[in-house]
Write a protein of this length. Structure first.
Length: 459
């Protein structure tokens, strides 16, 4: 793997403001005689460093790596590309529904101010629209006439925005685990809670057919018992031998992380058994728990090593900053305590109806952008931009990017072929040989079927 940098304008509307240096990495195609050019990769986020992602698992793309130079990058504000920070944490001492609304609002604005002070000049210029412009600079620097691209989860939003801004420069594009382009943050959080609940119920249907499942053989009662566990731990956390503890919301976070890959289901079943039978939190903590970086919709970010110091909270800080930069709905400086109280009260019942387990944590994300300026409306206006046909992959049991978002985004793009993967977990490329064959065939040979195709679960 070869590492390098590229300089791009900090502000594309005012290039005189200066530049930012982005980190990228390339693994040259192994079959140089039949090389097709570069394939740009984004593994998700927002907030995930692409250079570290490519270094971690290049063999997953071995077939593509024969014909393409595999190229990954740290988006602006992430990893080694001008990393932003909030001085340690995004957390406030107040939780929605806990302290009064005035205290919540003051705390959220204090966090936003802390982010401004700790991040330097790049913070106002993060966001998907600017990162997609950076990708076009990379395309030209790499010497490619068209951008060939494989994006996962948040990377699908990035790919769709690129196709909308640069339709004539869009090459072969595959988007796996498709994000929404149209829904405001509150609606995204609600749909995500429903998706997580569906994924949990699919896990419980599996567990109750396994020997020794702690919840027996009845899916309905299993669902009630998991809900009761989370509620019980919120009242009285589970304390380990070393003094560490797990609350109900910590348990919900661990369960959510384990639902990202079906290979994690046996470990999740064991962790729940340890908690229920032995009162031992260690299994849930080993799944990831509260310290694992995630936003419940998208992958969390690892901490990148290297010459550029990367703050420990960079992944979390970038995740919130990008999502807020992409959301045009708020004029947050005019928010009042009364408005906060009314918004939470109006939404709470719907979120709990979607999922008593995941609804409360998703409701908290609704407040993430208070204290920050409203974002761009470009993404929500994407409508048949005229890009060439591309391949979209949706997974029926996906806990992070529900399948309905694949269908919605396909309609918005107007030039998409959908692969309907009937399996479980977040994204399909790594999990399904059928999905991988469709994606590789298109990226390498340009062959793309018409209409919607399906891939079975359980391969």
């Amino acid at each position: 793997m070869r590492c390098g940098t590229v300089e791009v304008p900090l502000d594309y509307a005012a290039p005189a403001k200066g530049t930012i240096t982005l980190a990228l990495a390339r693994i040259p195609a192994s079959d140089r005689a039949r090389r097709l050019g570069s394939l740009l990769l984004n593994f998700g986020g927002p907030g995930s460093p692409g250079v570290a992602g490519l270094a971690a698992d290049p063999k997953a793309f071995a077939t593509l790596g024969e014909r393409y130079d595999l190229v990954a990058f740290d988006p602006r504000g992430v990893g080694r590309s001008g990393p932003i920070s909030c001085g340690g944490s995004q957390q406030t001492e107040q939780e929605p529904g806990g302290e009064d609304a005035a205290a919540q609002l003051a705390a959220l604005r204090a966090v936003a101010r802390r982010c401004e002070l700790a991040s330097g000049p790049v913070l106002p210029y993060v966001g998907t629209v600017n990162v997609s412009r950076d990708m076009d600079v990379m395309r030209r620097v790499l010497g490619d006439r068209k951008l060939n691209y494989l994006g996962f989860s948040y990377g699908t939003r990035l790919g769709a925005v690129y196709a909308a801004q640069f339709p004539r420069d869009t090459g072969r594009m595959v988007l796996d685990g498709v994000d929404t382009l149209t829904e405001p943050l509150a609606e995204q959080a609600l749909v995500s809670a429903r998706g997580q609940q569906r994924a949990l119920e699919r896990f419980l249907a599996w567990c109750t057919h396994q020997k020794g499942c702690v919840y027996g053989t009845n899916v309905r009662s299993a669902k009630e018992e998991v809900g009761a566990l989370v509620a019980r731990l919120d009242r009285e956390p589970l304390v380990g031998h070393d003094g560490s503890f797990v609350t109900g919301q910590d348990a919900a976070a661990s369960i959510s992380l384990a639902l990202y890959a079906k290979s994690m289901w046996p470990a999740l079943a064991d962790a729940l058994a340890m908690a229920e039978r032995d009162g031992d939190p260690v299994g849930l903590m080993q799944l990831g728990g509260p310290a694992a970086p995630s936003d419940s919709r998208h992958e969390g970010a690892g901490r990148a090593a290297g010459p550029v110091p990367v703050p420990a909270d960079n992944g979390e800080a970038a995740l919130v900053a990008v999502n807020c930069a992409d959301d045009p709905d708020r004029s947050n400086d005019r928010a009042t305590p009364g408005a906060v109280e009314r918004e939470l009260a109006a939404l709470e019942g719907e979120f709990l109806q979607a999922s008593k387990i995941f609804g409360p944590s998703q409701l908290r994300t609704v407040l993430a952008c208070y204290g920050r300026p409203a974002g761009t409306d470009f993404i929500r206006k994407i409508d048949h931009p005229g890009a060439p046909r591309m391949l979209l992959i949706g997974t029926r049991g996906d806990p992070a990017t529900p399948y309905e978002w694949t269908e919605e985004t396909a309609k918005r793009l107007g030039s998409a072929v959908v692969v309907d993967y009937k399996g479980d977990g977040h994204t399909g490329y790594a999990a399904s040989p059928c999905v991988r064959e469709y994606a590789d065939r298109f990226l390498i040979d340009g062959r793309l079927p018409s209409g919607t195709r399906s891939c079975p679960a359980g391969e």
